[in-house]
Design a protein around this ligand. Structure first.
Ligand code: IPD
Ligand code: CA
Ligand code: CA
Length: 254
Protein backbone atom coordinates (compact mmCIF):
# COMPACT_ATOMS: atom_id res chain seq x y z
CA UNK A 1 0.00 0.00 0.00
CA UNK A 2 2.26 2.83 -1.15
CA UNK A 3 1.39 6.47 -1.49
CA UNK A 4 2.61 9.28 -3.72
CA UNK A 5 5.04 11.48 -1.78
CA UNK A 6 4.17 14.31 -4.20
CA UNK A 7 0.48 14.07 -3.30
CA UNK A 8 1.42 14.04 0.40
CA UNK A 9 3.75 17.05 0.00
CA UNK A 10 1.12 19.09 -1.85
CA UNK A 11 -1.46 18.41 0.87
CA UNK A 12 0.94 19.16 3.76
CA UNK A 13 2.27 22.34 2.13
CA UNK A 14 -1.30 23.56 1.54
CA UNK A 15 -2.08 22.85 5.19
CA UNK A 16 1.01 24.95 5.94
CA UNK A 17 -0.34 27.91 4.01
CA UNK A 18 -3.61 27.69 5.96
CA UNK A 19 -1.59 27.78 9.20
CA UNK A 20 0.49 30.72 7.92
CA UNK A 21 -2.69 32.72 7.25
CA UNK A 22 -3.52 32.48 10.97
CA UNK A 23 0.15 32.99 11.90
CA UNK A 24 0.11 36.28 10.05
CA UNK A 25 -2.91 37.45 12.07
CA UNK A 26 -2.11 36.39 15.65
CA UNK A 27 -3.86 39.32 17.32
CA UNK A 28 -7.18 37.85 16.19
CA UNK A 29 -6.26 34.21 16.91
CA UNK A 30 -8.73 32.37 19.17
CA UNK A 31 -6.77 30.41 21.78
CA UNK A 32 -8.30 28.07 24.36
CA UNK A 33 -6.99 25.63 26.98
CA UNK A 34 -7.51 21.86 26.88
CA UNK A 35 -5.74 21.63 30.24
CA UNK A 36 -3.98 24.39 32.30
CA UNK A 37 -0.83 24.18 30.09
CA UNK A 38 -2.14 22.50 26.91
CA UNK A 39 -3.36 25.06 24.38
CA UNK A 40 -5.43 24.71 21.19
CA UNK A 41 -6.18 27.45 18.66
CA UNK A 42 -8.63 27.83 15.80
CA UNK A 43 -5.62 27.26 13.51
CA UNK A 44 -4.99 23.76 14.96
CA UNK A 45 -8.65 22.86 14.32
CA UNK A 46 -8.75 24.36 10.80
CA UNK A 47 -5.48 22.70 9.71
CA UNK A 48 -6.60 19.32 11.05
CA UNK A 49 -9.98 19.58 9.30
CA UNK A 50 -8.21 20.36 6.00
CA UNK A 51 -5.76 17.46 6.43
CA UNK A 52 -8.53 15.02 7.31
CA UNK A 53 -10.64 16.00 4.31
CA UNK A 54 -7.71 16.04 1.84
CA UNK A 55 -5.95 12.86 3.00
CA UNK A 56 -9.22 10.93 3.20
CA UNK A 57 -10.20 12.12 -0.30
CA UNK A 58 -6.80 11.16 -1.76
CA UNK A 59 -6.57 7.83 0.14
CA UNK A 60 -10.07 6.70 1.28
CA UNK A 61 -8.66 3.29 2.28
CA UNK A 62 -6.85 4.77 5.31
CA UNK A 63 -8.31 5.87 8.65
CA UNK A 64 -7.40 9.09 10.45
CA UNK A 65 -6.21 9.96 13.95
CA UNK A 66 -5.81 13.66 14.67
CA UNK A 67 -4.73 15.27 17.97
CA UNK A 68 -7.75 17.59 18.06
CA UNK A 69 -10.50 15.46 16.47
CA UNK A 70 -9.59 11.98 17.64
CA UNK A 71 -9.74 8.65 15.81
CA UNK A 72 -11.88 7.56 12.83
CA UNK A 73 -13.16 3.96 12.40
CA UNK A 74 -10.33 2.28 10.55
CA UNK A 75 -7.31 2.39 12.89
CA UNK A 76 -5.33 -0.57 11.48
CA UNK A 77 -4.04 1.56 8.62
CA UNK A 78 -4.27 5.24 9.40
CA UNK A 79 -2.88 8.74 9.13
CA UNK A 80 -1.51 9.97 12.46
CA UNK A 81 -1.66 13.77 12.50
CA UNK A 82 -0.55 16.63 14.69
CA UNK A 83 -1.92 19.70 12.85
CA UNK A 84 0.26 22.17 14.77
CA UNK A 85 3.04 20.78 16.90
CA UNK A 86 4.26 23.65 19.01
CA UNK A 87 0.95 25.46 19.47
CA UNK A 88 2.29 27.63 22.28
CA UNK A 89 5.24 28.77 20.10
CA UNK A 90 2.79 29.36 17.21
CA UNK A 91 0.48 31.49 19.35
CA UNK A 92 3.46 33.61 20.45
CA UNK A 93 4.66 34.26 16.88
CA UNK A 94 7.78 32.09 17.23
CA UNK A 95 9.02 30.10 14.22
CA UNK A 96 9.55 26.64 15.75
CA UNK A 97 6.24 24.89 15.10
CA UNK A 98 5.39 22.20 12.58
CA UNK A 99 2.76 20.04 10.92
CA UNK A 100 3.34 16.31 11.43
CA UNK A 101 1.69 13.62 9.25
CA UNK A 102 2.55 9.92 9.43
CA UNK A 103 1.06 6.87 7.71
CA UNK A 104 0.89 3.76 9.92
CA UNK A 105 -0.04 0.36 8.47
CA UNK A 106 -0.47 -2.55 10.85
CA UNK A 107 1.44 -0.72 13.61
CA UNK A 108 4.34 0.07 11.28
CA UNK A 109 5.13 3.70 10.36
CA UNK A 110 5.70 3.48 6.58
CA UNK A 111 5.77 7.18 5.61
CA UNK A 112 6.10 10.50 7.40
CA UNK A 113 6.31 14.23 6.70
CA UNK A 114 7.13 17.11 9.06
CA UNK A 115 6.74 20.63 7.68
CA UNK A 116 7.83 23.84 9.43
CA UNK A 117 5.96 26.48 7.36
CA UNK A 118 7.52 29.52 9.03
CA UNK A 119 10.99 28.17 8.18
CA UNK A 120 9.80 26.53 4.94
CA UNK A 121 11.58 23.30 5.92
CA UNK A 122 9.93 20.12 4.62
CA UNK A 123 11.15 16.76 5.91
CA UNK A 124 9.90 13.47 4.48
CA UNK A 125 10.73 9.77 4.62
CA UNK A 126 9.43 6.46 3.36
CA UNK A 127 10.42 3.30 5.23
CA UNK A 128 13.61 1.78 3.76
CA UNK A 129 14.16 4.71 1.36
CA UNK A 130 16.06 7.27 3.45
CA UNK A 131 15.09 10.83 4.46
CA UNK A 132 14.94 14.11 2.60
CA UNK A 133 14.87 17.75 3.75
CA UNK A 134 13.66 20.15 1.07
CA UNK A 135 14.39 17.45 -1.51
CA UNK A 136 17.98 16.77 -0.35
CA UNK A 137 19.15 13.56 1.45
CA UNK A 138 19.93 14.10 5.14
CA UNK A 139 21.82 12.19 7.81
CA UNK A 140 22.54 12.47 11.50
CA UNK A 141 25.65 14.25 12.81
CA UNK A 142 29.08 12.64 13.19
CA UNK A 143 29.53 13.91 16.74
CA UNK A 144 31.08 11.13 18.87
CA UNK A 145 31.54 12.95 22.17
CA UNK A 146 28.59 13.65 24.50
CA UNK A 147 30.54 16.44 26.21
CA UNK A 148 30.88 18.25 22.84
CA UNK A 149 27.23 17.58 21.91
CA UNK A 150 24.22 19.83 21.34
CA UNK A 151 21.04 18.29 22.73
CA UNK A 152 17.37 19.24 22.80
CA UNK A 153 14.44 18.35 25.05
CA UNK A 154 10.97 19.43 26.16
CA UNK A 155 8.98 19.52 29.40
CA UNK A 156 5.58 17.85 29.49
CA UNK A 157 2.47 19.92 30.25
CA UNK A 158 1.81 17.55 33.18
CA UNK A 159 5.28 17.95 34.71
CA UNK A 160 3.93 19.18 38.08
CA UNK A 161 2.27 15.82 38.60
CA UNK A 162 5.23 13.66 37.57
CA UNK A 163 7.60 12.20 40.12
CA UNK A 164 10.48 12.27 37.62
CA UNK A 165 9.63 15.38 35.57
CA UNK A 166 12.69 15.69 33.35
CA UNK A 167 14.08 18.72 35.24
CA UNK A 168 16.54 16.60 37.22
CA UNK A 169 17.42 14.66 34.07
CA UNK A 170 17.97 17.95 32.21
CA UNK A 171 20.39 19.13 34.90
CA UNK A 172 22.39 15.89 34.70
CA UNK A 173 22.62 16.08 30.90
CA UNK A 174 23.31 19.84 30.83
CA UNK A 175 26.34 19.23 33.08
CA UNK A 176 27.67 16.69 30.57
CA UNK A 177 27.01 18.41 27.23
CA UNK A 178 28.04 21.65 25.51
CA UNK A 179 24.71 22.98 24.18
CA UNK A 180 21.08 22.50 25.28
CA UNK A 181 17.96 23.71 23.46
CA UNK A 182 14.21 23.75 24.12
CA UNK A 183 12.72 24.52 20.66
CA UNK A 184 9.06 23.77 21.48
CA UNK A 185 8.05 21.26 18.78
CA UNK A 186 8.89 17.60 19.47
CA UNK A 187 8.37 16.72 15.78
CA UNK A 188 10.90 19.38 14.73
CA UNK A 189 13.29 18.49 17.56
CA UNK A 190 13.46 14.92 16.22
CA UNK A 191 13.93 16.11 12.62
CA UNK A 192 16.84 18.26 13.81
CA UNK A 193 18.51 15.07 15.02
CA UNK A 194 17.83 13.61 11.54
CA UNK A 195 19.67 16.48 9.77
CA UNK A 196 22.42 16.86 12.37
CA UNK A 197 21.40 20.24 13.84
CA UNK A 198 21.32 18.54 17.24
CA UNK A 199 22.97 15.30 18.33
CA UNK A 200 20.19 14.00 20.60
CA UNK A 201 16.62 14.73 21.72
CA UNK A 202 14.61 13.23 24.54
CA UNK A 203 11.24 13.93 26.13
CA UNK A 204 8.66 12.14 28.25
CA UNK A 205 4.83 12.06 28.33
CA UNK A 206 4.43 12.65 24.58
CA UNK A 207 1.78 11.13 22.30
CA UNK A 208 2.28 9.07 19.13
CA UNK A 209 1.01 11.97 16.99
CA UNK A 210 3.85 14.18 18.33
CA UNK A 211 6.59 11.80 17.17
CA UNK A 212 5.30 9.24 14.59
CA UNK A 213 6.54 11.05 11.47
CA UNK A 214 9.68 12.43 13.12
CA UNK A 215 10.99 9.08 14.36
CA UNK A 216 10.69 7.53 10.88
CA UNK A 217 12.51 10.53 9.34
CA UNK A 218 15.22 10.26 12.01
CA UNK A 219 15.69 6.49 11.84
CA UNK A 220 15.87 6.63 8.02
CA UNK A 221 18.63 9.27 8.49
CA UNK A 222 20.66 6.91 10.73
CA UNK A 223 19.38 7.86 14.20
CA UNK A 224 18.81 5.56 17.16
CA UNK A 225 15.21 5.59 18.44
CA UNK A 226 14.77 4.08 21.90
CA UNK A 227 13.24 4.55 25.33
CA UNK A 228 15.30 5.90 28.24
CA UNK A 229 16.70 2.39 28.91
CA UNK A 230 17.96 1.92 25.36
CA UNK A 231 15.14 -0.43 24.23
CA UNK A 232 14.73 0.09 20.47
CA UNK A 233 11.27 1.15 19.32
CA UNK A 234 8.73 3.97 19.53
CA UNK A 235 7.85 4.80 23.15
CA UNK A 236 5.96 8.14 23.30
CA UNK A 237 6.02 8.15 27.10
CA UNK A 238 9.84 8.25 27.05
CA UNK A 239 11.49 8.85 23.69
CA UNK A 240 15.23 9.22 23.14
CA UNK A 241 16.53 9.92 19.63
CA UNK A 242 20.30 10.22 19.08
CA UNK A 243 22.83 10.19 16.25
CA UNK A 244 23.67 6.67 17.45
CA UNK A 245 27.28 7.54 18.30
CA UNK A 246 26.50 9.17 21.70
CA UNK A 247 23.71 6.76 22.74
CA UNK A 248 25.85 4.73 25.15
CA UNK A 249 27.18 7.93 26.73
CA UNK A 250 23.78 9.55 27.31
CA UNK A 251 21.88 6.44 28.50
CA UNK A 252 23.49 6.38 31.99
CA UNK A 253 22.22 9.96 32.51
CA UNK A 254 18.58 9.25 31.51
C1 IPD B 1 3.81 19.95 22.28
C2 IPD B 1 5.18 20.18 21.65
C3 IPD B 1 6.18 20.49 22.77
C4 IPD B 1 6.23 19.37 23.80
C5 IPD B 1 4.85 19.13 24.39
C6 IPD B 1 3.86 18.79 23.25
P1 IPD B 1 1.59 20.53 20.99
O1 IPD B 1 2.90 19.62 21.27
O2 IPD B 1 5.62 19.07 20.92
O3 IPD B 1 7.48 20.65 22.23
O4 IPD B 1 7.12 19.72 24.83
O5 IPD B 1 4.90 18.07 25.33
O6 IPD B 1 2.56 18.60 23.81
O7 IPD B 1 0.74 20.41 22.22
O8 IPD B 1 2.04 21.93 20.76
O9 IPD B 1 0.99 19.88 19.79
CA1 CA C 1 2.18 17.94 19.62
CA1 CA D 1 -0.67 19.88 18.37
Amino acid sequence: MSISLDVLENIVREAGSIALDYFGNLKKLEVSKKTPRDLVTEADVAVEAFLKESLTKAYPQFGFWGEEGGQSDNQSSRWIVDPIDGTHSFSKGQYFWSISVALEIDQDIVAGAVYAPALNDYYVAEKGKGSLKNGQPISVSAEESLSDSMVATGFACVRNYLEENNLQRFCRIAQNTTGQRRFGSAAMDICMVADGQVDAFWEQELNLYDIAAGVLIASEAGASVTDFKGREGIFPKEVLVTNGKILDQILPLM
